[in-house]
Write a protein that binds this ligand. Structure first.
Ligand SMILES: Cc1cc2nc3c(=O)[nH]c(=O)nc-3n(C[C@H](O)[C@H](O)[C@H](O)COP(=O)(O)OP(=O)(O)OC[C@H]3O[C@@H](n4cnc5c(N)ncnc54)[C@H](O)[C@@H]3O)c2cc1C
Length: 382
């Protein structure tokens, strides 16, 4: 086993670190307060190839392997989880699905513009009444001649109001997961309304939206994958997506560690830096152990994908551990900052708020445990 990075991986990580320090971290607090990142950042991510990692160059992608992808998400997540999430969704959940399941026409139409940041995508699975129980979704797509008419509501959709295309999961057949199909819906299609959700605890710089579909007409050529196979498209996207959430969590934990170490060596109480107190060192070393464990579990998923090994359970394991660890680590860092951690002039409060959603989306921690348990026992406990 070789945990050393290749030259290319080290170079892409350095590029992402430099970009994060220059273009993201200095603005993250302002974007959080304004409830929107500066959307110019999307074009910049595209120019650097960060929105096309792992996508073949013939479709406008920047190639690269899954570890390089994780390294970039770690760095972006260290700077601002809101920015990391934009990439995780547009590239990780949608562009990668188009690359895996799309026709030549779909790939040639969507991938170049998603990879260079001219267009953004969102992934519309969750509904008001179905979150963990996504297989019971109620949005319907009904055939109308050669077209489909989609009606229903999607909830909590990341990039929702910014996206040019939505990967929408809708019921085209029987109840349960076998009756679901996937569609690529341009977001300017008549009948599609988008409402931004405000007042989020974290990820405030990111657009999260409710999408409602009222007889939205798309041609059959908008269907991604076979009819009735949409749930497999969603689940395979999420299996890889959980790795990218885990990588984003590694970034949060790294930011928590960096901030805690810096503050503990500068802040003095009782005439000495607080770093000289064993109980403060305990908080810091707990963060460091979480960081190493989360990073190694995440890198293992990338390694499995590259070697063509099964990776879904490893991805659930990484996401479960890294998301819970990010909450713990951010909270420990806040403790090191004392009262100053509680105000947003310092970065750790935002880390706590941004970390909190990681245990909820792309499958809650409970859902990850059920997936891991099912793979170990063969028993479906959902
Ligand atoms: C900021 C944000 C961004 C999001 N982005 C997207 C997006 O881009 N696209 C998208 O499709 N969705 C998105 N989501 C939705 C997210 O994936 C769901 O919120 C998540 O899957 C949980 O669904 P729910 O909120 O309906 O909770 P529920 O499913 O109602 O769960 C509530 C509680 O019950 C528990 N629970 C449920 N079923 C079981 C069970 N069988 N056994 C044990 N416990 C159970 C859960 O773990 C949880 O604790 C986003 C959510 C947020 C908050």
């Amino acid at each position: 086993m070789d945990l050393a990075l290749t030259e290319e991986q080290a170079a892409v990580r350095a590029l992402a670190a430099e970009f994060t320090d220059r273009e993201i971290a200095p603005y993250a607090t302002d974007w959080d307060r304004a409830e929107s990142v500066d959307r110019a950042v999307i074009g910049k991510l595209g120019k650097l190839g960060f929105l096309g990692l792992t996508i073949p160059e013939e479709y406008g992608g920047s190639g690269g392997d899954h570890l390089a992808y994780c390294l970039v998400l770690e760095e972006l997540g260290r700077g601002d989880s809101a920015v990391r999430g934009i990439v995780s969704v547009s590239l990780g959940l949608v562009a990668k699905s188009i690359n895996s399941y799309g026709t030549q026409e779909q790939k040639r139409h969507w991938l170049p513009r998603l990879c260079d940041g001219q267009a953004l995508a969102c992934f519309a699975l969750t509904e008001p009444g179905t979150g963990s129980d996504a297989a019971n979704l109620t949005t319907r797509a009904v055939r109308d001649g050669a077209d489909w008419l989609i009606s229903g509501t999607k909830m909590f959709i990341t990039n929702g109001t910014w996206a040019n295309v939505a990967l929408v999961f809708a019921r085209t057949g029987e109840a349960g997961h076998k009756g679901v199909s996937a569609f690529l819906v341009p977001t300017d299609t008549p009948g599609l309304e988008r409402r931004e959700i405000h007042g989020k605890l974290g990820l405030r710089g990111q657009a999260t939206a409710e999408l409602s579909f009222d007889q939205v007409r798309v041609p059959d050529s908008a269907r991604l994958g076979a009819e009735g196979k949409g749930f497999s498209v969603a689940m395979s996207a999420l299996a890889k997506g959980r790795m990218s959430v885990a990588a984003g969590c590694v970034g949060i934990i790294q930011a928590a560690l960096d901030a805690a170490v810096r503050y503990a060596t500068e802040r003095e109480q009782f005439g000495k830096p607080i770093a000289s107190y064993q109980l403060v060192q305990e908080l810091i070393s707990d963060i460091a152990v979480d960081l190493d464990a989360a990073r190694l579990l995440t890198w293992r998923v990338a390694d499995h994908i590259e070697r063509g090994l099964p990776f879904a359970t490893e991805s659930s394991t990484a996401k479960l551990f890294a998301s819970e660890a990010a909450v713990r680590a951010a909270n420990n860092a806040l403790q090191v900052f004392g009262g100053y951690g509680f105000i947003d002039e310092y970065p750790v409060g935002k880390l706590v708020r941004d970390a909190r959603v990681m245990t909820l989306y792309e499958g809650t921690s409970q859902v990850q445990k059920l997936l891991i348990g099912r793979s170990l026992t063969g028993v479906n406990a959902f």
